[in-house]
Design a protein around this ligand. Structure first.
Ligand code: HEM
Length: 161
């Protein structure tokens, strides 16, 4: 990933430390993140459809087993990023493909800013006073690097075009 995105040793330590407090219960924290996301942008709800069935409310979505699996998937991607802080570039291809998959299901790249806001909200709720401005900055940097890599999925044209 770009050198401008490089995290300092101190920032990496803050991320690892704070993630330890979240990663033990990924679904519980992921629910805080996605509850906030639907509060900020209810229009994202219809993008989650399983067996062509639309959810009638965020509450219905947030309790569906398929959606809880999506939460686990999101938390696993973040976990992978936290495990590869020294070498985020090895996730680049995976994240680009993940971006393509999200484009295919109708997600707009701009929505990832709202996801970022919701991620910071969840971290603040989980960490309380430990959510310092330094922790916030380190996480923003990491999240921006992940989104930048996913964003390439929107920029790449499908093969054959
Ligand atoms: C705007 C927010 C998002 C929306 C609307 C969204 C929507 C979706 C949908 C509809 C699917 C396919 C169905 C499913 O697997 O549940 C999916 C798959 C997935 N999403 Fe998301 N997603 C969002 C954010 C994220 C984020 C932030 C991450 C991780 C950083 C993520 C990681 C994944 C993964 C790993 C899959 C499975 C891809 C595969 O099948 O290989 N999603 N997402």
């Amino acid at each position: 990933m770009e050198s401008g995105m490089r995290l300092s040793g101190g920032q990496r330590a803050l991320i690892r430390e704070s993630w330890q407090r979240v990663s033990g219960s990924p679904v519980q924290h992921g629910l805080v993140l996605f509850t906030r996301l639907f509060d900020l942008d209810p229009d994202l709800l219809p993008l989650f459809q399983y067996n062509c069935k639309q959810f009638a409310s965020p509450q219905e979505c947030l309790s569906a087993p398929e959606f809880l699996d999506h939460i686990r998937k999101v938390m696993l991607v973040i976990d992978a990023a936290v495990s590869h802080l020294e070498n985020l570039s090895c996730l680049e291809e995976y994240l680009c493909n993940l971006g393509k998959k999200h484009q295919a299901v109708g997600v707009k790249v701009e929505s990832f800013s709202t996801v970022g806001e919701s991620l910071l909200y969840m971290l603040e709720k989980c960490l309380g006073a430990a959510f310092s401005p330094e922790v916030q900055e380190a996480w923003s940097k990491l999240y921006n690097a992940v989104v930048k890599a996913m964003q390439r999925g929107w920029e790449t044209l499908p093969e054959g075009d």
